[in-house]
Design a protein. Sequence first.
Lengths: 320, 103
Amino acid sequence: MLDVVVLFFLLGVAARLFKSDLRLPESLYDTVSIYLLLAIGLKGGIELSRQPLAALAPQVLACMLLSFGTPFLLYPLLRALKLGGADAASLGAHYGSVSVVTFAVATAELARAGITFESHAALWVAVMEAPGLVAGVLLVRLARSAGTLGAGLPQQREPLSDLLREALFSKSILLLGGGLLIGAVAGVEGARPLEPVFMAPFKGVLALFLLELGLVAGARIGEVRRFGPALLLIGLAVPPVLAVLGGLVGRLLGLSTGGISLMATLASSASYIAAPTAMRIAVPEANFALSITAVLGITFPFNIVVGIPLYIALARHLNA
Amino acid sequence: MSLPKHPKTLLTVVTEALLERAVVRLARERGAQNWLVTEVLTAGSQDGVREGGWTAERTVKIQLICEPEVADSIAQALMTGYSANYSLAIWFDTVSVLRPERY
């Protein structure tokens, strides 16, 4: 049985496919995404306050390396699938960064299955958002200098410092990191008054957000045909491959079964908030619709409906 | 007796929301002294529809009142810098303003 929040996602997809006029106000989407990012960060930060930070350094480093390395790993593979250089770099950066909502659905699934996981896992999300984007920006610069990026130089070149600032201080990183910091500083007692707002309603708010994402993904699913079977292959095959990589990293770090599941999920997920904006500015000649269709129309639905249960099974196998 | 009004150009730029800061910065560098930004619900053209359902698909309308030469300079820079890779629509109107020194 699918987790209840996933059913809201499917409702959104169905509404879109049946051309319903359902539309959530943009301000609601903004509010809900701010809430989710803060809540996840806060929860992770509170758990962080209970343990010494130094012990987590290997995990933080491993997460950052995994995120940073993914675009470089994917670039030659995507080029071999006949994607242009700009598209390969942009798509690689999307998969290098992470999806906070996929993470939230995975934690809900783990809780439902009674599988415990490292309570500070939100820290992994916070440190995995940016490195993939930074790698994407650097990859674009390298490929452009080597002349391997493909046809046409972009008209307007944003300075590298602006691109990196955009990648490192985007809304999602700021809210996640800020929530972590606040939770870590306030601790259990300091954050207790916030529980009725940030903890108890979390799953309900997540369901609402997934309804909106279903509407957006539903529109993208219709676009898949436009890009052909290669994109379908990428959207479906890349996540499990990255999940195995993430799972192995988790196993090497000695994480619990739940922790390995989350690491695999994070590795397989692709960002659709921070990455599209960062890549749209860093490599404007890339086909924006292609990346978003892969990430939102194929990978995200795959991950939350099929992928997460698979990654949990993978984690059980790795930890057996 | 009617108010003394002064002709200026109203430059309207409709583009992707993530370009808002870049466009405003470019406009100010070329002499624009004020600007107005509104969020667009939906924008469509032969290239597709931007429904604004999520962050990266948002569209904004940026309006500036300035001298005609300043408007031309801004429009030229936007066309050169962004038209090939981003959704961009630009149009000009003539408006009459009070307090021309503010524009």
